[in-house]
Design a protein around this ligand. Structure first.
Ligand code: F3S
Length: 106
């Protein structure tokens, strides 16, 4: 599967959702998750994300391994998103920040 990682938190640019052929993105208030049961590993979403938040599971860095299970868990309760929308208003301010795990709103 592919995994949405930390850079997405409080940004949510949503360019990724437009290109997904299997509609596997799920939307929370300030983060997106990929449903691992739906993702076909096509990788077309990777270059769409302006902050490089999407990675193949095997490339997720050690300090972000928690995001693998987190995507799976959040995808179960969040609704599908298939159309791009505006980023969050503070996206530019948050895109380069680290350690945003505690910022995720469920
Ligand atoms: Fe997030 Fe990047 Fe998509 S910021 S919503 S993974 S385009």
């Amino acid at each position: 599967t592919h995994v949405v990682t930390e850079a997405c938190v409080r940004c949510k640019y949503t360019d990724c959702v437009d290109v997904c052929p299997v509609d596997c993105f799920r939307e929370g208030p300030n983060f997106l998750a990929i449903d691992p049961d739906e993702c076909i590993d096509c990788a077309v979403c990777i270059p769409e994300c302006p902050v490089n938040a999407i990675l193949p599971e095997e490339d997720v860095p050690a300090d972000q391994q928690v995001y693998i299970q987190l995507n799976a868990d959040l995808a179960k309760s969040w609704p599908s998103i298939t159309k791009r929308k505006s980023p969050l208003p503070d996206a530019e301010e948050w895109k380069d920040r680290k350690n945003k795990l505690s910022e995720i709103v469920r």
